[in-house]
Design a protein around this ligand. Structure first.
Ligand code: UD1
Length: 419
């Protein structure tokens, strides 16, 4: 097992590269199943989630070629439509092979997913959309078995789901007739998937609105696509700058993808300057003050940034209310943050109140999920003394070389082996 050992209270200064968004890379890799032509994806970081999905796609017969920051996928000899538990249980995004397999091969058998334990995370919306499109679906022995062929349909999502939107779009682009999706997710990663599908020849109208109209085509072709920068990684370094009162240039980052986070940090007197190559975050005059946070679907405050901002609010002046509206179990990092000295009260399962303290203190804590784990790393960066964050395999799912990037900015952090 590996852990991060952090010596806190160093301010962060310098430049860091922001990689392509994990949450866009995963659906876009799955979309390579929709064509027999090569798909080249650029601005890739080889996170453990990317490697799990690569292994799953290879088990289906996909050819994959990795370069330094690009990956080429070709599905010209798919030999299986069975996505095994061994892969899907490790990472929820791998469930997204269901839609493309069903659309192109008219059958799929995909294990029910795993992923971070941040809530029950059902797949009912995925399955009801595919059923509307004519799929015969059964769930047996932990697997979803689906049979086509599919046809166009009008789908109304009663709740916004990023994954169900990805999956339904991927199914619809290769399905005869017109599919109308009401109430899709509008996250930038969904738009990135749509832009790449359009390059492949998909016919999609209403991009960025609450109604998508997709006209199925017979064949899709190959393309090159550069993934959008990771807005959650960007937010992580911006919050790290704010907490340490540092100044960081985020190369490749785009502020327009994370307005809600920028708005909160501006309240804390953090200054942002966007140019063509990246984003400067200047927090040298930051004053951390209580700020109410409610997580929402895009363009609201992202649930994936809740744990990051919670660590900041733990050392901000005054009382902050944080309400989590997307996942029901996303405060798992809080007991560990309390062990570092944070003052937190639970109002109910989805709401906490933080009373800012002047200083956190280092101790040994355990990451319980990806973003909660990074929240603890951020707390360690400002805590007095040494913090050990255990179970960092959660963090490796979504952050590429986090310790190297933070060290390059002046943090004292190293990866260590522990029992
Ligand atoms: C994706 C992101 C994750 C982010 C989340 C919300 C990836 C790999 N993961 O996860 O980082 O936190 O969006 O922005 O891109 N739901 C149902 N039924 C369904 C599907 C979802 O009730 O069939 C519920 C979920 O339990 C949750 C809510 O809808 O409460 C949103 O989940 P969803 O948007 O689907 O999240 P993911 O796609 O799993």
């Amino acid at each position: 097992m590996q852990a991060f050992k952090i010596q806190g209270q160093n301010r962060l200064f310098g430049t860091v590269d922001i990689h392509g968004a994990k949450n866009a890379i995963l659906p876009i890799m799955a979309a390579a199943l929709l064509t027999d032509k090569p798909i080249r994806i650029e601005n890739i970081s080889f996170l453990s989630d990317v490697s799990i999905l690569s292994q799953l796609l290879q088990s289906l017969g996909m050819k994959i070629h990795n370069e330094t920051d690009a990956i080429t996928l070709q599905a010209d000899n798919i030999t299986s439509t069975h996505a095994d538990y061994d892969f899907v249980s490790k990472m929820r995004g791998s469930f997204w092979v269901l839609g493309p397999l069903l659309a192109r091969f008219h059958e799929a058998e995909v294990s029910l997913p795993g992923g971070c334990a941040i809530g029950t995370r059902p797949v009912d919306l995925y399955l009801s959309a595919l059923t509307e499109m004519g799929a015969e679906i059964s769930v047996e022995n932990g697997y979803v078995r689906a049979k086509g062929p599919l046809h166009g349909a009008e789908i109304f999502f009663p709740k916004i789901s990023v994954g169900a939107t990805h999956n339904t779009i991927m199914a619809a682009v290769l399905t005869p007739g017109q599919t109308i999706i009401h109430n899709p997710a509008l996250e930038p990663e969904v738009i990135d998937l749509i832009e790449m599908l359009i390059k492949m020849g998909a016919k999609i109208e209403g991009v960025g609105t609450k109604t998508l109209i997709i006209t199925g085509v017979k064949k899709l072709t190959g393309c090159h696509h550069k993934i959008i920068p990771d807005r959650i990684e960007t937010a992580t370094f911006a919050v790290a700058a704010a907490m340490t009162r540092g100044r960081i240039y985020l190369k490749g980052a785009r502020m327009d993808l994370m307005d809600a986070v920028v708005d909160v940090l501006r309240i804390n007197h953090v200054i942002f300057e966007q140019d063509d190559n990246g984003l400067l975050v200047d927090a040298t005059h930051a004053q951390l003050t209580s700020t109410p946070i409610t997580t929402c679907e895009y363009p609201g405050f992202p649930t994936d940034c809740q744990a990051l901002i919670t660590s900041l609010l733990a050392i901000a002046n005054g009382e902050s209310i944080v309400e989590e509206r997307i996942f029901e179990n996303r405060f798992m990092h809080i007991p560990e943050l309390q062990r570092m000295g944070a003052h937190v009260r639970n109002v109910n399962n989805s709401t906490i109140i933080l009373s800012g303290v002047s200083e956190l203190s280092g101790t040994t804590v355990m990451a319980s999920d990806l973003r909660g784990g990074v929240g603890l790393v951020l707390a360690g960066l400002v805590a007095k003394g040494q913090t050990i964050v255990k179970r960092i395999y959660h963090i490796d799912r979504g952050y590429y070389k986090l310790e190297a990037k933070l060290s390059g900015l002046g943090a004292v952090i190293e990866r260590i082996d522990i029992d």
